[in-house]
Design a binder for this molecule. Structure first.
Ligand code: DHK
Length: 149
């Protein structure tokens, strides 16, 4: 849970099924695990504090966005996974965050089946990264640095 020292932290939030990254549809999502992704994000963040979380529960992701607001987080990087295409609730929560938000997808959702083409999040975020594989995460952290510095 929040250590209270998340002021100025980058929140990196991951949605459903990403806990199985590395062994879930590796032909689409690769073989890098979420723990390895977390390490790469912390390395890219350097001195900047990072809150790295994953949940399969929609309400939990919403509560972490509220926490980021209450803790004056510097920015949010979010891979909402399948909630990208279903959750107005997460969209509404993101709308309340005053700082920069980067929506991230490991795969290029626009190159996939039509059900993956319409994101509820894209209209309310600062930027979208999709299709860079797991390396998209550290790219997002570096981009977030530019947005918050
Ligand atoms: C991850 C998922 O779980 C899918 O539901 C999304 C996203 C794509 C990704 O590419 O990271 O559609």
């Amino acid at each position: 849970m929040s250590s209270g020292s998340a002021r100025g932290a980058i929140y990196i939030l991951n949605g459903p099924n990403l806990n199985r990254l590395g062994r879930r549809e590796p032909e689409i999502y690769g073989r890098t695990t979420l723990a390895e992704v977390e390490s790469a994000c912390r390395a890219a963040a350097a001195q900047r504090p990072v809150e790295f979380r994953q949940s399969n529960r929609e309400h939990q992701l919403i509560e972490w966005i509220h926490e980021a607001i209450d803790d004056s987080a510097a920015g949010i990087i979010i891979n909402p996974a399948a909630f990208t295409f279903t959750s107005m609730a997460i969209m509404d929560a993101l709308k309340m965050f005053p700082g920069p938000i980067i929506e991230l997808h490991i795969s290029n959702i626009h190159k996939r089946e039509p059900i993956y083409h319409r994101s509820y999040m894209s209209p309310v975020v600062t930027a979208v990264i999709a299709g860079l594989g797991h390396k998209g995460y550290s790219t997002a952290v570096r981009a977030m640095h530019d947005l918050i510095e």
